[in-house]
Design a protein around this ligand. Structure first.
Ligand SMILES: NC(=O)c1ccc[n+]([C@@H]2O[C@H](COP(=O)([O-])OP(=O)(O)OC[C@H]3O[C@@H](n4cnc5c(N)ncnc54)[C@H](O)[C@@H]3O)[C@@H](O)[C@H]2O)c1
Length: 318
């Protein structure tokens, strides 16, 4: 458990799906939180969602700190003034539009009004910080702090520096994440896709190739994960897994390394994800069991399962 205390004001810039999740997690940890967005209407929607999220955490015993939903809610305020949200903030979590040109201009503005020690963290899933912070005066305080959806129940957070992000900023951001019971992973340098999407896309590419080549059906690809690799990975990642699947990692690679190389050499090229014939194969199997017209319902069902997993991990002190 972290010894970091939730002291200070957190600015949540952009209060959509991810921004309101961040607001919930910070408030549930005892921080003072202010949400900024471009309209009052959006902020009211976000506030309603934060309240619902806080009550959900309480209901499942998954609060991040020793504070009730009611008390946490009192610590959440909103504003449509960027200057106001930045005032006195120790940490800014920006979760606005996924558009590099928007961010280039927006970060110039944040840079011009930031206070001397504030950390400027972006939730962006795909845009490296070097693409929108290079010319800034305070660029050493900018970095990516990328959550995984839904952040309320999946604590992993990737911390990705730009080449000029200071070590102090990286370490402070990681400590703040620990203080809200997120699990930070520090990337040592910037890389496209960060770690989560590089691993996820590698898996997706092979799933696509197996389906495209008629080796296996879509539902069976998912079964390979949900009944086989997935539950194991929920507790031991791929590195620990191979360590445990032999007498240590050295033994594993001695026994199975050349076999793995042969299989990897047999894999095809990067798929063309616009290939209509393959997309249709995916749809034919997925739509009857999870119609995309009811996607919210299935997302809610997934959340119920993730809540149970989060409760189990909490009970196991993991
Ligand atoms: N959705 C995910 O699964 C997910 C996961 C991890 C990271 N992210 C990243 O989080 C960020 C936000 O994604 P989201 O899914 O919450 O999007 P969203 O569309 O739900 O929210 C975006 C919010 O930004 C606000 N906004 C628009 N213009 C703005 C401006 N000029 N200033 C401030 N706010 C403005 C919008 O009003 C909206 O509330 C993106 O960068 C995305 O890549 C998303």
């Amino acid at each position: 458990m972290s010894s970091e205390k939730a002291v200070g004001k957190i600015a949540i810039v952009g209060s959509g799906l991810v921004g309101s999740s961040w607001a919930t997690i910070f408030a549930s940890s005892g921080y003072k939180v202010q949400m900024y967005d471009i309209s009052e209407k959006q902020l009211q929607t976000a506030l309603t969602l934060v309240e619902k999220n806080l009550r959900k955490l309480d209901e499942h015993g998954l609060q991040r700190g020793n504070i009730s939903a009611d008390a946490a809610l009192l610590n959440v305020s909103t504003t449509t003034s960027l200057e106001e949200v930045m005032k006195g903030a120790i940490y800014v979590q920006e979760s606005a539009l996924e558009d590099v040109n928007f961010r280039i201009e927006f970060y110039k503005k944040l840079d011009s009004i930031t206070e001397p020690n504030t950390i400027l963290a972006s939730s962006t899933s795909t845009i490296p910080a070097s693409k929108f912070t290079e010319g800034l005066v305070n660029r050493e305080r900018c970095l990516i702090v990328h959550p995984v959806n839904p952040p309320l129940f999946l604590p992993l957070t990737e911390i990705v520096p730009a080449p000029w992000t200071s070590q102090e900023t990286i370490d402070k951001a990681a400590k703040i994440m620990e203080s809200i019971k997120q699990k930070p992973v520090k990337l040592k340098k910037e890389v496209l896709g960060f770690a989560v999407n590089r691993l996820q896309f590698a898996l997706l590419a092979e799933a696509w190739r197996l389906v495209a080549d008629d080796v296996i059906g879509v539902n069976d690809v998912d079964l390979v994960m949900s009944a086989g690799l997935g539950p194991r990975y929920a507790f031991n990642g791929p590195c620990e897994t191979v360590h445990l699947n032999a007498f240590g990692v050295r033994d594993y690679f001695r026994r199975y390394g050349s076999g793995a190389t042969t299989v990897l050499n047999d894999m095809g090229i990067v798929p063309d994800f616009t290939d209509e014939s393959v997309i249709q194969k995916f749809e034919t199997e997925l739509e009857p069991k999870m119609s995309s017209s009811n996607i919210r319902e299935y997302q809610a069902e997934r959340e119920v399962k993730l809540v149970e997993m989060a409760k189990l991990k909490k009970a196991m002190n993991l």
